[in-house]
Design a protein around this ligand. Structure first.
Ligand SMILES: NC(=O)c1ccc[n+]([C@@H]2O[C@H](COP(=O)([O-])OP(=O)(O)OC[C@H]3O[C@@H](n4cnc5c(N)ncnc54)[C@H](O)[C@@H]3O)[C@@H](O)[C@H]2O)c1
Length: 255
């Protein structure tokens, strides 16, 4: 039980990586405020998790969401030990098609809501000497051409993580970030079908994208998150951890 009695807020926990993490947090003895925007999906997740989970539906595009999420966690469990900023949108535009509205939506949901969720939770994290785990993306270092706004939002998350880690280290509140590589979530599968890949595309990928031959799973990513949420990772803070099947920095496949 690596997270016994820890109370963890996970945004976007009704699907994908967030859902897998919610399951693993409860399996490790923790309690989860499952946040999401899809009510029926959220109800399904919390009904599986029983008394160890509580649901909060809030649109992160709404500035009231961070306070609502923190209030829901306190009402359900009385304290907050950790916040996982996992929710995100994945709007694809290269620069000529990018509009101010789309850019603002991506920055608001992926970055600004994370910052203000941390702000709302901070008094509680100071009490528990808790931690924040931000879910970034390897796109933060540059990114796919059509993921311009998304990549910028994830780059901002990295600086936010390091800045807050340096500010709150003396208070023993820790801030770390995981940059997932390509993870086979249901959303990712569906998004790539919409972009024109054939049914069953994960089995057709070459070794440049997937050196091991098998795509990484949400469960594998969630397992790595558990370490950063528990006391066993104390006192480490300000860490940016890339989790991909190859090195992100300096890779130069043979031509
Ligand atoms: N799957 C990948 O390949 C991959 C790669 C790198 C990073 N990531 C990151 O992992 C995290 C989870 O992604 P995923 O692949 O599990 O996808 P996902 O779509 O299953 O998860 C994102 C969640 O965010 C929620 N969300 C979106 N907009 C929202 C809003 N306005 N208000 C509230 N909730 C909202 C969605 O409902 C969803 O539950 C994201 O931060 C993503 O950037 C994923």
């Amino acid at each position: 039980m690596r997270l016994k009695d820890k109370v963890v807020i996970i945004t976007g926990a009704t699907s994908g990586i967030g859902k897998s993490l919610a399951m693993q947090v409860v399996a490790e003895g923790g309690k989860v405020l499952v946040h999401g925007i899809e009510k029926s999906d959220g109800e399904q997740v919390v009904s599986t998790l029983g008394n160890s989970a509580s649901l909060c539906i809030a649109d992160l595009n709404d500035q009231a969401a961070p306070n609502k999420i923190v209030a829901a966690a306190i009402a359900a469990f009385g304290k907050i030990d950790a916040v996982v900023n996992n929710a995100a949108i994945f709007e694809r535009h290269k620069l000529p098609e990018l509009t101010p509205e789309s850019f603002a939506r991506t920055i608001t949901i992926n970055l600004q809501s994370s910052l203000f969720l941390i702000k709302a939770a901070l008094p509680h994290l100071l009490q528990t000497q808790g931690c924040v785990l931000n879910i970034g993306s390897i796109n933060a270092y540059s990114g796919e051409p059509s993921l311009l706004a998304y990549s910028i939002s994830k780059a901002g998350m990295q600086t936010m993580t390091r800045n807050l880690a340096n500010t709150y280290g003396v208070d023993k509140v820790r801030f770390n970030l995981i940059n997932p590589g390509w993870i086979l979530t249901d959303r990712e599968y569906a998004d790539q079908i919409k972009r024109g890949l054939p049914q069953g595309w994960p089995e057709t990928l070459g070794k440049i994208n997937i050196p091991s031959g098998v795509m990484s799973t949400p469960e594998q990513l969630a397992t790595a998150c558990i370490y950063w949420l528990g006391d066993e990772s104390r006192p480490f803070t300000g860490s940016i951890v890339d989790l991909e099947q190859f090195s992100i920095i300096g890779r130069n496949p043979e031509k």
